[in-house]
Ligand binder design. Structure first.
Ligand code: SAM
Length: 332
């Protein structure tokens, strides 16, 4: 089976990376079939569950990939035998002004005329989608549309407790997914307003939040009411010296303060380096740390097994570097 992921254009690299990381977390064998602008097609013999798709932050929908072609006529030939016993509709979506010579409306009508079954544009029970991207027409049947309205409801400024610098739900989910956490608990060592804890809750992952500020912990507790499952605890502690037994966590997130704008308990470089050392002590063998830092100005001295790095523009003037670090088995 081939799965087609329709990705958000907001963070294209991160969108693909989180899908791949999550597939690893679920220990699914797969091959990348195609990577296009805002689309990722993977081939696997395993069935991916809805709970898997619902974890994704930067995916709009997931489809069963049916065909890809350079010309509309070729797509039409490939789908000659498709039928639907449920009411269906066809939607064509142009990605970044690609293939302008093909009319999306005409493509929808011609495909709709070939698929056998009842068409219902208002209330379809099945949705077929055609994407026009990178000189390719990619066609599939939708398995799930991710309910991104829920993410919008939990945007930082809509939460009961808000502080500038709080992480958006989509980014929080992507970072959690990059840690490849599946059933274990995730530790957030700078939990702040609780952005990662809220999303971990929603993803059914238990979490522990640490912050050196009691005010932040109290605010974060209020924010936890935004999601149903409450499998988290909050601890007043210093990220450099946490009260956990070594190797207690499968995954750790660290979104440290960036200097003047937020409260810094100690020298910023020391804080970063000592936090990474402590996180490596807290991680299980093979566990992952997702470390977020500003673009410049911090000298990371700890020798780590960094496996991935992404540059994310949070808004016009703020760029963050997201590092994924894997604890080596030799690390104490
Ligand atoms: C950038 S904010 C985290 C934002 C958080 N990810 C969110 O979305 O709200 C950094 C947090 O680290 C906390 N902090 C600063 N120094 C700390 C330390 N040494 N140990 C633990 N927390 C610390 C601050 O109180 C602040 O809440």
């Amino acid at each position: 089976m081939e799965y087609l992921f329709e990705l958000s254009g907001e963070q294209p690299k991160l969108a693909k990376a989180e899908v791949k990381a999550l597939i690893e977390a679920y220990q699914v064998e797969y091959k990348i079939r195609e990577e296009l602008t805002n689309l990722l097609i993977i081939k696997t013999n395993d069935k991916l569950e809805k709970s898997f798709f619902k974890r994704l932050g930067y995916t709009h929908s997931v489809l069963k990939h049916i065909t890809s072609a350079k010309k509309l006529n070729d797509v039409l030939k490939d789908i000659e035998n498709i039928s639907s016993n449920k009411k269906f509709c066809v939607r064509a979506k142009r990605i970044k002004n690609n293939l302008k010579k093909i009319s999306a409306k005409e493509a929808e009508e011609r495909i709709g005329a070939i698929i056998k079954g009842p068409i219902d544009l208002e209330n379809p029970k099945k949705v077929f989608k055609l994407f026009l991207t990178d000189q390719n027409l990619v066609f599939g049947e939708q398995i799930i549309k991710i309910n991104r309205k829920e993410y919008r409801k939990r945007k930082p400024h809509k939460r009961p407790f808000f502080k500038p610098g709080a992480i958006k739900p989509e980014l929080a989910r992507a970072c959690i997914n990059l840690t490849r956490v599946r059933d274990g608990a995730i530790l957030d060592v700078f939990s702040g307003t609780g952005s990662f804890l809220i999303e971990a809750n929603d993803m059914d992952i238990s979490s522990v939040g640490v912050d050196a500020s009691l005010k932040m912990l109290k605010g974060s507790k209020k924010n936890q009411k935004l999601t149903k499952n409450k499998k988290n605890s909050l601890i007043l502690a210093d990220s450099r010296k946490t009260p956990f037994k070594p190797h207690s966590f499968e995954a750790i997130i660290a979104d440290p303060p960036y200097g003047r704008s937020s409260t810094v308990y100690g020298d910023i470089s020391d804080l970063y380096n000592q936090t990474i050392r402590e996180a490596l002590r807290n991680l299980k063998k093979g566990g992952y740390l997702c470390f977020i830092s500003p673009k410049e100005g911090v000298d990371l001295k700890v020798d780590t097994n960094e496996i991935e790095r992404y540059k994310v523009r949070v808004h016009r003037s703020l760029t963050r570097i997201i590092r994924v670090i894997r604890r080596r088995s030799s690390e104490l």
